[in-house]
Design a protein around this ligand. Structure first.
Ligand SMILES: Cc1ncc(COP(=O)(O)O)c(C=O)c1O
Length: 499
């Protein structure tokens, strides 16, 4: 073991040694259950007295970071705190004051398996549930990621242009050929974009973050459709925005009711997910899109159009993007390859006009210099050789069948739910029967081997939404979905009846 000890430091050697092990165990470099070196051997190796090592181990044991087993041997203890790899806390006496003064991050529930990006997202069972758990949470099916195909594309890119693919990338808006490709994809959906209006971002989440950081100051108001994407809500609040809810119906934001909100709150931003919204699956009508633009113009309010899953359409006619109706300058459009391809690429984009585009690009540059160049090159190649379109067709076919399996399963097994059939996207948002709340149902459902995202998570005011659950149908096969629906029905009927 290479443990740096500073013999001239004021801190005694045993404390230095203890501190080194403390960090290594806390951050997982020494996994739980690992046997630590015998004190005599380590003392010899480090050239210190044996008592230095035993004193260090004693300090670790006192804080529960190691255990001494009968028969000898000191082992890294299993983590006591958190789930899913959360770090064991460092004892507060060893934390510097600036750390101690920080507030604990709020638990977003991700580690519990039904979180947005938690284990449910990956299709794994949350801790403590059965291995065949059907988590109707998360957003996509990792089993469908075209890993081998994409791997070949990566190799191809590295062979053709290693220097270009492994540098920072010369272009402040992102890899120019990828921006041209994105512009072409958008044109096929009726959105006219010059490649010079496209900024490649690290996922569309970064696009949203850049827009907020650039346009919204603490105390400013952001108007959102309610319910909406939970991590957008968290993002807006993380920069101190006041989030104001615009009501929704089966056609998304009730834009007809938005004008009084604009008059009252003078928002700095209007955020909408007009296609297959998260969590409702709703699509905004063309008339509402036009009205929203009129209002944005009249009240001088930028619109962020988050089109995270617009290509996953199973039936019906697409409405024009709000950006496509924009006479100029009102709408910042965000898109992503996360849902149509793979979220781990972390490649999204935004389309905006100058001067805001320049500000967004400058901010991105100071935040992360660039989105990984290798992946930008590979994605561009993957799309231009037609692999992306083929994958999208396959995915759309599979997700449509999964949507159908969910609808059929719920109608058969949980007829007490009221369900609007989503025409695309990833989510269904059924209404629970009277007397059943989402947060009470969740632990019961989990015990039966099925999960979901409870409604309140997506509401501006989490006292609302207890009558809804968000079910992701994309992450599971039709058989798994049928099993999940059956379990949900059993869980529902085992709920205590309230009058
Ligand atoms: C509505 C919506 N917008 C944006 C995102 C961000 O996705 P990404 O950053 O992977 O592009 C998500 C992720 O689930 C989402 O649901």
């Amino acid at each position: 073991m290479r443990i740096p000890l500073d013999r001239r430091a004021q801190v005694p050697l045993y404390r230095q040694l203890e501190g080194w092990f403390r960090h290594a165990i806390s951050d997982g470099a020494i996994p739980p259950g690992t046997k630590l070196p015998a004190s005599r051997a380590l003392a010899t190796q480090l050239g210190v007295a044996r008592v230095t090592v035993t004193a260090a181990y004693a300090g670790l044991e006192a804080d529960g970071l190691v255990v001494t087993r009968e028969g000898g041997g000191t082992y890294a203890a299993s983590r006591q705190f958190g789930v899913g790899g959360a770090q064991a806390p460092t004892s507060s006496t060893t934390l510097p004051p600036w750390q101690r003064d920080l507030a604990e991050p709020e638990d977003d529930g991700a580690g519990a398996g039904e979180g947005h990006l938690g284990q449910g997202h990956l299709g794994h069972a949350p801790p403590g549930t059965r291995p065949d758990f059907v988590g109707f949470a998360g957003v996509g099916d990792p089993r469908m990621f075209p890993a081998a195909d994409f791997g070949r594309t990566l190799q191809d890119v590295l062979r053709r242009d290693p220097a270009g693919a492994l540098g920072y990338g010369a272009d402040r808006l992102g890899h120019r050929p990828l921006r041209e490709t994105i512009a072409q994809l958008l044109a096929s959906q009726g959105v006219r974009a010059d490649p010079e209006q496209v900024l490649v971002t690290s996922g569309s989440q970064q696009a949203l973050a850049l827009v907020c950081q650039t346009l919204v100051r603490p105390g400013d108001t952001v108007v959102v459709e309610d319910p909406t994407y939970d991590l957008a809500l968290q993002l807006f609040r993380s920069i101190g925005a006041v989030v104001v809810a615009a009501p929704t119906d089966r056609d998304g934001m009730v834009v007809e009711g938005v004008e009084p909100l604009l008059q009252r709150h003078h928002p700095r931003l209007l955020y909408t997910v007009p296609n297959f919204a998260n969590p409702t699956g709703a699509c905004m009508t063309g008339a509402r899109r036009r009205l929203l633009l009129e209002l944005a113009d009249r009240y001088n309010t930028p619109v962020v159009e988050d089109d995270f899953a617009g290509d996953l359409r199973y039936e019906g006619r697409a409405q024009p993007a709000i950006r496509a109706l924009d006479p100029g300058g009102h709408v910042i459009y965000t898109g992503t390859f996360s849902k149509m391809l793979m979220p781990g690429l972390r490649i999204g984009y935004l389309v905006a006009d100058q001067p805001v585009l320049g500000l967004l690009a400058a901010r991105k540059r100071v935040l992360d210099l660039s989105t990984p160049t290798l992946l930008q090159h590979a994605l561009d190649r993957y799309v231009t050789v037609g692999r992306y379109q083929a994958h999208l067709r396959r995915t759309t076919r599979a997700y449509r069948a999964r949507r159908d399996a969910l609808v059929a399963g719920l109608r058969r097994e949980v007829p007490e739910l009221t369900l609007e059939v989503p025409r695309g996207g990833l989510f269904a948002w059924p209404l629970l029967p009277p007397g059943v709340t989402a947060t009470e149902l969740l632990p019961v459902a989990r015990r039966h081997g099925v999960g979901f995202a409870p409604g309140p998570r997506f509401h501006v005011d989490p006292r609302y939404g207890q009558d809804r659950v968000r079910l992701n149908f994309a992450a599971h096969t039709p058989d798994e979905i049928a099993r999940g629906a059956q379990r949900l029905g059993v869980a529902m009927r085992s709920m205590p009846k309230t009058s």
